[in-house]
Ligand binder design. Structure first.
Ligand SMILES: *Cc1c(COP(=O)(O)O)cnc(C)c1O
Length: 402
């Protein structure tokens, strides 16, 4: 028994179960047509929803900032690392999201951790949807709060857990006890929207924080790209509502931010360990994000084009008899069921030059392995036709065909 034998066994088991994850090397910009391990593939799996990752305006903004500020930020925000591009981006994001203030983080993972661990401790309650992103789940664990999860979209159970029905009202009102409900705004593996029309009033009544992770929503949904609240015609300007956005998806850049009340942002600056004990983003990255924000605000035609591609895909896939999920967003999973069949379907597509990832347990529940198709404003009508043609030739097991 060596130090390594346990690891070898673990890896071998993963390989045997067909669950080994591997990385593919991309040697071209993030765009629908990519060079992957020397092969040309048409990609339907990036999070670059608006086609901004390789937009020259982001590269130009970054280059100009490098010319002025150099590359590294040199220190954390509270030491010497807080620079003009960071500050300008925070102000522009506050205006865009309609919140009092925002605070930049290096990643969405860290932003979620900051909010949850700064507001909750071990006497508090954290309630969440079971399909929430891993960063919310991990942060809750780290906070030490009592975690209660409800089945995806189960609003009855959600209300019970928050005790808005009155059964547990007393303990929630007891001094010093805090509760928070957290949800993805757009669920990353299913593509559906959180039922904010029910979550908002329930949280208000229960005097609970509501944390909405808008990683797949900001820039993408709502006519102005202002996310789930805009898409559902709801107001996010309530001091109990906190939103987290990421800059690595629709923004085509890197980083994340928290949007909320001035007091909340001040609290995070004072207490959030993932803010205080880490180097600030390179200023050029903030400058690129600001350039992306201007495009998101000024080019709504990108969202219209994306919407058309989503409709085109759904109509085509439905007429092929594929099992779609009730999603109106660019995340359009095709349910396959069995993990091996999902991998086989992904392989069959790749042989035809199409890149769509198979998502398997434990990322999604047992028996719900799927092809996760994501669409982008960078896709043309012809690109989506190519995907549909390839899907039509798939040899899928029964249940995925009428
Ligand atoms: C991607 C993602 C994150 C993490 O954001 P990063 O900036 O990539 O760390 C958080 N929440 C959700 C829902 C995400 O999809």
């Amino acid at each position: 028994m060596t130090l390594w034998s346990g690891i070898e066994q673990f890896l071998e088991q993963r390989r045997k179960q067909g669950l080994q994850r591997r990385r593919r090397i991309v040697d071209s910009p993030q765009a629908p047509e990519m060079l992957v391990d020397g092969e040309r593939l048409l990609s339907f799996c990036s999070n670059d929803y608006l086609g901004l990752a390789a937009d020259s305006r982001l590269a130009e903004a970054a280059t100009a900032a490098i010319g002025r500020y150099g590359f590294g930020a040199g220190a954390s925000h509270l030491v010497t690392g807080h620079m003009t591009p960071h500050h300008q981006l925070e102000q522009a994001l506050a205006e865009f999201t309609g919140s009092e203030a925002t605070l930049l983080f290096s990643t969405g993972y860290m932003a979620n951790q900051a909010v949850i661990t700064s507001l909750l401790g071990r006497h508090d309650l954290f309630v969440e949807d079971k399909l929430n992103h891993a960063s919310l789940i991990d942060a809750a664990r780290l906070s030490g709060a009592r975690v209660q999860r409800f089945a995806h979209g189960d609003m009855v159970r959600m209300r019970q857990l928050l005790a808005a029905d009155g059964s547990n009202q007393q303990s929630l009102d007891s001094p010093g006890r805090t509760s928070m409900l957290a949800t993805d705004g757009v669920f990353s593996m299913d593509g559906d929207l959180a039922q904010l029309d029910q979550l908002v009033p329930t949280c208000r009544q229960a005097k609970s924080w509501l944390l909405v992770d808008e990683a797949h929503a900001f820039g993408v949904i709502g006519d102005g790209g202002r996310g789930s609240f805009e898409a559902l015609g709801l107001n996010a300007r309530d001091p109990g509502i906190i939103r987290v956005g990421t800059l690595g998806k629709a923004f085509g850049s890197f980083g994340a931010f928290v949007a909320g009340s001035r007091e909340l942002i001040e609290l995070l600056i004072q207490t959030a360990r993932t803010y205080i004990y880490t180097t600030a983003l390179p200023p050029a990255v903030a400058a690129a994000s600001l350039a992306a924000l201007v495009i998101i605000r000024d080019e709504p035609e990108r969202r219209r084009h994306l919407r058309e591609r989503v409709d085109q895909f759904r109509q085509g896939a439905e007429s092929l008899g594929l099992n779609l999920m009730p999603s109106t967003t660019p995340i359009q999973p095709i349910l396959i069921g069995d993990a091996d069949n999902a991998v086989s379907a992904s392989e069959q597509l790749r042989r035809q030059g199409i890149w769509v990832t198979a998502i398997r347990p434990p990322t999604v529940p047992q028996g719900t392995a799927r092809l996760r198709v994501t669409l982008s404003a960078g896709h043309s009508r012809e690109h989506v036709d190519c995907l549909l043609d390839a899907l039509a030739t798939l040899n899928l097991p029964k249940g995925n065909r009428p």
